[in-house]
Structures are given as structure tokens and as C-alpha cells.
Design a protein around this ligand. Sequence first.
Ligand code: FES
Ligand code: FES
Length: 169
Amino acid sequence: MTTCALAITVNGHPVSADVAPQTLLVDFVRDHLKLTGTHQGCDTAQCGACTVLVGGQAIKSCNRLALQCAGQSVTTIEGLAPSDTELHVMQEMFRKHHGLQCGFCTPGFVMRAVAMVGEDVPAQPAAVRRALAGNLCRCTGYEGIVLAIVEGLAILRGTPSTPAVGARA
Ligand code: FES
Ligand code: FES
């Protein structure tokens, strides 16, 4: 089998590996690196369960070859928390607002939410719902997810929570 050398940074650590050219990023992080917090739902770029950050941008890792990310910095859900005993702010907000039930979609939603911090997504329910168009959840009805992201965006941007927090879109 033909393989290619891949050098990449994952969760702040340099990684080198030989991978088949057709290896998807989701398979690389799950099977090669054993970072199984990144989930595989549809494998057709629709559900968002496989969302990771590449260069700070949220991408669906089932829709990206590992080799396309050579030389770039990838962050998975395992790389978010500042320590083994602390959650990332966005994870804490999902806990606070009950933004998960079975949890299958949650890593993808959290990674998408973290990427929103650097995007022009207002910390308001309607805007957050629009920005979540590529992420699907079968359990929650989205209400807690949206509230978590609205408050998380406000905290991470250092802006006060708006009256929209706690309000329905
Ligand atoms: S598994 Fe990638 S979008 Fe569904
Ligand atoms: S919490 Fe179950 S799919 Fe979202």
C-alpha cells in the first residue's frame, strides 16, 4: 500500500506518521491517534459530529483528507480543556445549560461553538442557530445548546451577557 509522510500538529503536539493518501482526517485522529472524542455520524459531511478545528476554523473531518492538513494545527475536543480537572468555558456552558443528552453530537457542537468566537457570530440565539446549520442533534431540541453557546461566546469575548441569554430565539 502506498503511504505518504504526514507532519501535523494535533492538540499542540507535533505528530509524524505515514498515512495512505485516502485517509480521512477523522480516521487519522480516531484510529491512528486514538482521539475518539471526535465522532463519526453520517460520514457525508452533514451531521457535524466529526467537527474539529484546523487553523482555528471548524471543519468536518470526514470531509477532509489528513494529508490536506499537513503542516497545520488541528484541535480536537481532547485539546480544549486547560487541564485534566478543568473544562473549557464552552464545555462548562454546555454542562450548565444541559446542552447534551446522549452526547454523541456534543464534541462537534462544542468545536463549532469555539470556532464561532473568532467569527462574526453575535452572541444571540437566532445568530447562533444560523451558525449551527451544519450540526445536527437528535436528542436535545437545541434549546440548551443555543443557550450554552450564547453565554459561552459572551464570556470568551469578555462581553457582558446580553438580555438574550435565557431567551428563546
Ligand atoms: S460524520 Fe462528518 S459530518 Fe457527519
Ligand atoms: S445529545 Fe444526543 S445527538 Fe445530540
